[in-house]
Design a protein around this ligand. Structure first.
Ligand code: PAF
Length: 280
């Protein structure tokens, strides 16, 4: 695996590869890699001649400074995992490579409704930061295909919208969420849970399963409230339990029995904020 730290060098290398007919698959990450990331690398390796992974803990997408400071960093282990998975290129930029004009001058993306709900509502500015970094990374890497995980359902939609807005020539591939044996969605943030919290964390998945089992046509308020109460009893601070149209994330209170739905949860256990979702 070749490691690049400089934008000019990786861009030149990849442009040459493209000239000779290579297809490029790209997996952007913030490191602290787990098997969920590796499944994205595997999809990219299977579908492209060259796979590029970036590791960059993007400061502009953290609305909470403490969350940024505590974000896990496991670089040596990440490099080892990427090499074993057959990743060809790793991009490890410094902040100045991604934001040469500083982090305050980033342009605004017209995300509309998508930015006002769920994660957008609870993490103001988060999706503008995600768009800024992914837009810049796409400009540098110019991949044929971009690989994202369904675990960040709203992020996938936001990035799709950003790619529509900028006209970037990349195809978005979304891979299913990987889960631990008990059902907890794999996430870099799980590393911050102690043993007791880790055992409790599975209740987010249990709540999603409960919603999937119990959902019926008509009003959904009681069902959502039962899930909130269930999580609260286990000691979670619940930001939201929501049910939305799976195609556009419009929040749904009355189900017609036909619209394809997704249930989404965000809840904090001690200091660790976890999100998950399930297609119903
Ligand atoms: O999902 C993530 O890890 C990040 O939001 C991403 C897409 C790498 C952008 O920093």
């Amino acid at each position: 695996m070749i490691v690049f730290k400089l934008t000019a060098e990786i861009s030149e290398f990849l442009a040459k590869k493209k000239e000779t007919g290579s297809t490029i698959g790209f997996v952007p990450t913030m490191g602290a890699l787990h098997p969920g990331h590796i499944s994205l690398i595997n999809s990219s390796v299977a579908g492209n001649s060259l796979t590029v992974c970036s590791i960059f803990v993007n400061p502009t997408q953290f609305n909470d400074k403490k969350d940024f400071e505590h974000y896990p960093i496991t670089l040596e282990q990440d490099i080892d995992m990427l090499e074993k998975a057959g990743c060809d290129v790793l991009f490890l930029p410094a902040v100045s490579e991604i934001y040469p004009n500083g982090t305050d001058t980033a342009k605004q993306y017209e995300l509309g409704y998508l930015e006002t709900i769920l994660e957008g509502k609870y993490r103001p500015g988060h999706f503008q930061g995600v768009c800024a970094v992914v837009d810049r990374l796409l400009e540098i890497v110019q991949p044929h295909r971009l690989y994202l995980g369904q675990k960040d359902y709203q992020q996938c939609m936001v990035i799709r919208k950003m790619v529509e807005l900028t006209g970037a020539a990349t195809q978005i591939e979304i891979a299913p969420t990987l889960r631990a044996d008990d059902g907890l969605a794999l996430s870099s943030r799980n590393m911050r849970l102690n043993a007791e919290e880790r055992a409790l964390a599975v209740n987010i998945y249990e709540s999603l399963c409960f919603i999937k089992r119990e959902i019926n046509t008509g009003n959904l308020q009681v069902l959502k409230l039962r899930a909130v109460n269930f999580l609260t009893e286990y000691g979670f601070k619940v930001d939201y339990v929501e049910i939305a149209d799976a195609t556009d994330l419009r929040l749904i209170d009355q189900w017609d029995g036909h619209t394809k739905l997704v249930a989404l949860i965000a809840a904090t256990l001690d200091q660790v904020r976890l999100i998950d979702n399930m297609l119903l």
